[in-house]
Design a protein around this ligand. Structure first.
Ligand SMILES: CC(=O)SCCNC(=O)CCNC(=O)[C@H](O)C(C)(C)COP(=O)(O)OP(=O)(O)OC[C@H]1O[C@@H](n2cnc3c(N)ncnc32)[C@H](O)[C@@H]1OP(=O)(O)O
Ligand SMILES: O=C([O-])CC(=O)C(=O)O
Length: 372
C-alpha cells in the first residue's frame, strides 16, 4: 500500500527530536523547545543536538571557540562567488559554495566520527558567512570579515551590515535560530539522511538538504510570506487579498503542516517576537497584517500558522533582505541536519523504499518506423 507523501510513515528511529503533532509539543533530546527558547543559546542547542546532552560551561566554551575559528571562508570561494551572476538566488549560491567547500577539507578520506563532528562545526560556522558574503558581493561590495568572537546570531547580523547589532536584535535572532534548529524528519532532514545513507560525505548530504529546504512548500515559504504581505501592503487589503487567493485555490504560505494539528509551538514565540519588533521599530503594520491573515485562515481554512509565517515579519523587521529568509533558516537548521547525518552514519543502512508500479502492462517493443 502506498502513502502519498509518506504521510505518517515512520522511516527511521532517532534520538534527536520528538514531535507530537496533536499536543503541539517539540523537544530536542527530551528538552522542551519552550525551555530552550527561554534559557538556551543557539550554540548550546547545537551542542545538545550534536552530543545528546546539554554542555557544561567548559564544553560550551570549547564549542563556541571552535565555531568562532571556523567562520572564515577560503579566499578561493570568495573568488568563486565573484564569478556567479548577481541575479543568482542566495539559496542556489549557498548550495554551490557548500558543494565546493569539500575541496578545502583537510582530509576528506577521514570519515571517523570525530572528523565528521569537526565538519558539523565547520559547516555550521561557515554557512552564514557564505550567505552574507554573497549578499555583499551581489551589490558590488566587499564581504565583511566574520567576528572572531560573539554569538552565531550576532555574527550573522554583523556580517550583514558591518555594524555590531544591538543586544535585543541579536538575542531575538538567537531565539529564532534555536526554534529552527531541528524538526524531526522534515523534508530537508530526510533528504540529508537519504544522501548520508549512501555513505556520501557530509558536504553532499548538506547540499541535498539545502536543495530540499529551498522549495516553497518547506523552508522557502518564509520568503513567500513576506512577499505576500508586501502585495497586501495595507491592513484593509488583507481580507480581499486572501478571499481572492483562496477562490483561485492558491495555498497561503506559512499555513498548514504535515504533522501539527494544533499551534506550532515555534509560532507562539515568533508571533510574540513579531509584535515586539513592531513596537520597537515603530512599524506594527507587518505584525498587524499577519494577525489578520492568521485569523482569516483559521476561520476559513482551519489551518494554523507554521514556523515560516511569523519568522517572515520578524526577519523583515530585523532588516534582513527578503531573499535571505530561507538562508537564515538554513543557518540554524544546519545544526539539526549535521546532527541527523552523524546519527545516520553511526547506525547506517541504505535508505531505499519501493514504488508501487502503476504504469502500463508489459508491451511489445515497437520498431521506430512502425510507431504511429
Ligand atoms: C518549515 C516548514 O516546512 S513548515 C511548512 C512551510 N510550507 C508552507 O507554509 C506552504 C503552505 N502549506 C502547504 O502547502 C501545506 O500545508 C504543507 C506542504 C505544509 C503540508 O502539506 P500536506 O500535509 O501535504 O497537506 P496537503 O497538501 O495534503 O493539504 C491538505 C488540504 O489542506 C489544504 N491546504 C494545506 N495547506 C494550505 C495552505 N497553506 N493554504 C491553503 N490550503 C492549504 C490543501 O489544499 C488540501 O486541501 P484539499 O484536501 O481540499 O485539497
Ligand atoms: O517538519 C516539517 O515537515 C516542516 C517543519 O516544520 C520544519 O522543517 O521545521
Amino acid at each position: 500500500m502506498t502513502t502519498a507523501g509518506l504521510e505518517d510513515v515512520v522511516a527511521t528511529t532517532s534520538r534527536i527530536c520528538d514531535l507530537d503533532g496533536e499536543l503541539g509539543k517539540l523537544t530536542y533530546y527530551g528538552v522542551d523547545i519552550h525551555d530552550l527558547a527561554q534559557h538556551s543559546s543557539f550554540e548550546e542547542t547545537a551542542y545538545l543536538l550534536w552530543h545528546g546532552k546539554l554542555p557544561t560551561q567548559a564544553q560550551l566554551a570549547e564549542t563556541e571557540s571552535a565555531l568562532h575559528s571556523s567562520r572564515a571562508l577560503p579566499g578561493r570561494l570568495i573568488d568563486l562567488m565573484h564569478l556567479l551572476p548577481p541575479s543568482m538566488s542566495p539559496m542556489n549560491v549557498l548550495r554551490t559554495v557548500i558543494s565546493a567547500l569539500v575541496a578545502f577539507d583537510s582530509d576528506p578520506s577521514d570519515t571517523s566520527a570525530p572528523a565528521n563532528e569537526r565538519r558539523a562545526i565547520r559547516l555550521t560556522a561557515v554557512l552564514p558567512t557564505i550567505v552574507m558574503a554573497w549578499n555583499r558581493i551581489r551589490e558590488g561590495l566587499a564581504p565583511v570579515e566574520p567576528l572572531d568572537n560573539g554569538s552565531h546570531a550576532a555574527n550573522i547580523l554583523y556580517q550583514l551590515t558591518g555594524k555590531l547589532p544591538d543586544e535585543y536584535t541579536a538575542h531575538a535572532l538567537d531565539i529564532a535560530l534555536i526554534l529552527h534548529a531541528d524538526h524531526e524528519l522534515n523534508a530537508s532532514t530526510f533528504a540529508a539522511r537519504v544522501t548520508a545513507g549512501t555513505k556520501a560525505d557530509m558536504y553532499a548530504s548538506v547540499v541535498s538538504a539545502l536543495s530540499a529546504l529551498s522549495g516553497p512548500l518547506h523552508g522557502g515559504a518564509n520568503e513567500q510570506v513576506i512577499r505576500m504581505l508586501h502585495k497586501m501592503n495595507d491592513i484593509s487589503k488583507v481580507e480581499p487579498y486572501l478571499e481572492d487567493a483562496l477562490a483561485r485555490k492558491e495555498r497561503i504560505m506559512g499555513f498548514g503542516h504535515r504533522v501539527y494539528r494544533t499551534e506550532d509551538p515555534r509560532a507562539t514565540h515568533l508571533r510574540a517576537m513579531s509584535k515586539e519588533l513592531g513596537e520597537r521599530t515603530g512599524d506594527s503594520r507587518w505584525y498587524e497584517m499577519s494577525q489578520v491573515t492568521e485569523a482569516y485562515i483559521k476561520e476559513h481554512k482551519h489551518l494554523n500558522a507554521n514556523v515560516d509565517f511569523y519568522s517572515a515579519s520578524v526577519y523583515y523587521m530585523m532588516g534582513i533582505p527578503i531573499d535571505l529568509d530561507t538562508p537564515i533558516f538554513a543557518s540554524s537548521r544546519i545544526a539539526g541536519w549535521t546532527a541527523h547525518i552523524l546519527e545516520q552514519y553511526a547506525n547506517n543502512r541504505l535508505i531505499r523504499p519501493r514504488a508501487e508500479y502503476v504504469g502500463q502492462k508489459v508491451t511489445e517493443y515497437t520498431p521506430i518506423d512502425e510507431r504511429g
